[in-house]
Design a protein around this ligand. Structure first.
Ligand code: SF4
Length: 210
């Protein structure tokens, strides 16, 4: 049972339910190929049926961890820190990102945008999900839009989402891993016909790294 004082610190973002943290290569999107330290925060209620981190969904399974501890670990590995989940925006990201910036670290987030945008970000990867759509200023502030393609209809969804982003936002279509053989040719064809889009692959999975 988690004590009330700990829950209060989680509420203010001074502690966060930490699922895992690891140093690896960013496999996806604009920064693919870049060494980065990943911090995976527990908690997500978006419910994508193809989600490959379902263990992240229940925040209660992941120990509330002081952000100072998270930041000190991160700083020893990399100057590029990717906050992912789960859905990190379920929590107040201001204290964590402020502490990372104080150490001159670059803050990146991977989010569905389904919760209010908080935190100071050098890079926002918005990966919208049909189940729970993004809202508010995340569309204006996103640096990249990454739409996961599971079937043909997701290309229509991708266009609907792209229409809401800012003009500098880089647009990516990424095959959902379990159906990659089927959807990758669709994406390749679509990007050649609609070159405002780019292909993003989960290169870390091809490299067999986390
Ligand atoms: S938003 Fe991300 S973590 Fe949440 S269910 Fe979807 S893929 Fe999984």
């Amino acid at each position: 049972m988690i004590k009330d004082d700990v829950l209060a610190l989680v509420d203010t973002g001074e502690m966060l339910p930490l699922m895992e943290e690891f140093y690896t290569i960013q496999g996806e999107g604009f920064h693919k190929g870049t060494a980065a330290y990943f911090i995976r925060i527990g908690g997500c209620d978006v419910g994508c049926h193809w989600c490959d981190v379902k263990e992240s969904w229940n925040a209660e399974l992941h120990p509330p961890t002081a952000i100072d501890q998270i930041v000190n670990n991160a700083a020893t590995y990399s100057d590029t820190i990717v906050i992912t989940g789960g859905e990190p925006l379920m929590w107040d990201m201001n204290p964590l990102t402020k502490a990372l910036k104080k150490k001159d670290l670059k803050t990146h987030i991977e989010t569905s945008g389904a919760y209010k945008l908080s935190g100071e970000w050098d890079w926002i990867c918005l990966s919208p999900k049909k189940n729970k759509l993004p809202f508010g200023k995340v569309y204006d502030e996103a640096h990249e839009l990454k739409v996961i393609v599971f079937n043909k209809h997701d290309l229509i969804f991708a266009e609907e989402q792209a229409a809401q982003t800012n003009k500098d936002c880089i647009l990516y279509l990424q095959p959902e891993w379990s159906v990659r053989d089927k959807v990758t040719p669709l994406i390749v064809d679509y990007v050649m016909k609609n070159p405002k889009w780019k292909v993003s692959l989960q290169t870390h999975k091809y490299l067999n790294i986390p």
